[in-house]
Write a new protein. Sequence first.
Length: 243
Amino acid sequence: MNVENRPKVVCHVLVSSDGKISGRFWRNYKTRFVDEVFEKANNSDNPSAWACGPITTEQVFTQFHKPILNENTPTVPEGDFIAENNAPIYYVSIDADGKVGWKKNSLRYANRQHAHIIEVLTLQASNAYKAHLRSVNVSYIISGTDQLDFKIACEKLYAFFNIRTLIVSGGGSINGSFLNSGIIDELSLLISPVAVKATNGPPLFEYGRVLPDNKLAEFDLRNIEKLEGGGVWLQYTTSKRHQ
């Protein structure tokens, strides 16, 4: 595991027993037992930041609020914008084209600390959107031209914000993109003893375009723990053959 120039990346996810990351199983009482452990474990590795994709971000934090953009705003300086680089913890919003409608530059979730928001963008994000982020003092980094380069993103998070451990928690496409980039070091998988029984629910890792079907990912089991309510917590390291 070579993490000299980037954070250690831990994919920390709670799934149903049939491998879905969202659905009605979250409201089941057995899942709530597992979720309590999930939240405690989220802080056990002293993470510097946690990251989610745009769907998770909009569902949980912005309620799909659309940013009010001024298309006539003056051109912002090129490159990255570092509004805060000494926060106790960061929330990394993976948002390639720049769509998430932030109203402020920090958030609070469950019992976690207030987190300063960092947007991870490509060059496809508009000048108006970047100006909006600057107006609410949200940091952003540019990591790719048309598609996100997750390795560059991690290197910038390490260099600009001193992020040493990054927790990745979905959605499936984001998990798959980190995995496909070869930068997931550990997999922390909590399984609820409840099945979604749906064919279209998002899986742990999204396959196809972001994670080619012919590319295998191997993990080495480090620990297994039985949880109250019948769930289990599996902890893996990424196999060296996959790195």
